[in-house]
Design a binder for this molecule. Structure first.
Ligand SMILES: C[S@@+](CC[C@H](N)C(=O)[O-])C[C@H]1O[C@@H](n2cnc3c(N)ncnc32)[C@H](O)[C@@H]1O
Length: 258
């Protein structure tokens, strides 16, 4: 067996249609494919591309997600050490809100293996398309929702704010359907201080099985966020509160005018 190599690719968000040709080629040619994807159809479909396809362990009995992620990394590294071209498939962009992917690349390189990540289409890319948001217009700030609160992230309310893992605010474990989510109340309270509680936000879920399903785009005032129904794939879009003011002195220094 040849020395191990590691290539981490993403499926994108929509079944089949978002996979890049490069990612597909790496999956097809790999000696072994490991995967952690969000839906069973994609998992099944991967088996049509390669005969040696195995799920990464995803132990939801751990207290913390980070323990589960560490177990994934150990599984990836064990495969790379055995040799051959190992392709690991995550959903979306494999490097966006995906600790185990970055950690596996880092550890593989530290151990002297060739390791690379290929970009994919993330949920944020879908949001830009579905909600008609151009990050070039007002700028764009993206945070993990719990991290946003516990680190008191500084942000600009005149710019777009995107908060990921909305259903997991204050939860370092695993998502449980219909479990109370006190974190949403706290998040709404913090955002309300900056935007006002009437500010309209959007709970967004890109369509996984497009065109059979459509994206979920649920506008609501911040005051209703605590009672909103959210799922593992919900992302919060907070539009700018008001346009940013222009710095005329800076414009003069740069020699530009409106
Ligand atoms: C662990 S992250 C994985 C992100 C993924 N790697 C990507 O590139 O989009 C999970 C979070 O991504 C966002 N997400 C995943 N799927 C989504 C979808 N279909 N629509 C909107 N947001 C999604 C949600 O915020 C979810 O809590």
């Amino acid at each position: 067996m040849e020395p191990g190599t590691l290539t981490i690719v993403g499926t994108g968000i929509q079944l089949v249609g978002h996979l890049t040709l490069a990612a597909q080629a790496w999956i097809k040619e790999a000696d072994k494919v490991l995967f952690a994807v969000a839906d069973p159809v994609t998992a099944k479909w991967l088996q049509t591309l390669n005969t040696i396809v195995e799920p990464l362990p995803y132990n939801t009995n751990n207290q913390r997600r980070r323990q589960t992620y560490q177990e994934m990394v150990e599984c990836i590294l064990a495969a790379v050490r055995q040799g051959g071209n190992i392709c690991v498939v995550f959903y979306g962009h494999p490097g966006v809100f995906s600790d185990p992917a970055h950690e596996a690349i880092k550890q593989a390189r530290q151990e002297g293996f060739h390791a690379q990540m290929l970009p994919g289409i993330s949920a944020e890319d879908c949001l830009f398309a579905d909600l008609g948001v151009d990050p070039g217009r007002n700028g764009c700030q993206s945070f993990e929702a719990t991290d946003f609160l516990i680190r008191r992230r500084r942000f600009d309310p005149t710019s777009v704010l995107i908060l990921w893992q909305l259903a997991m605010v204050g939860n370092l474990g695993f998502f449980k359907e219909d479990a109370p989510s006190p974190g949403l109340t706290i998040l709404a309270e913090v955002l309300g201080q900056h935007y006002g509680f009437k500010h309209e936000v959007i709970i967004y879920e890109a369509a996984t099985y497009y065109p059979v399903c459509q994206p979920l785009i649920k506008p609501l005032p911040l005051s209703q966020l605590p009672k909103a129904k959210v799922s593992e794939i919900s992302t919060l879009y907070v539009p700018p509160q008001a346009p940013a003011t222009l710095d005329y002195e800076m414009m003069a220094r740069l020699g530009i005018s409106l």
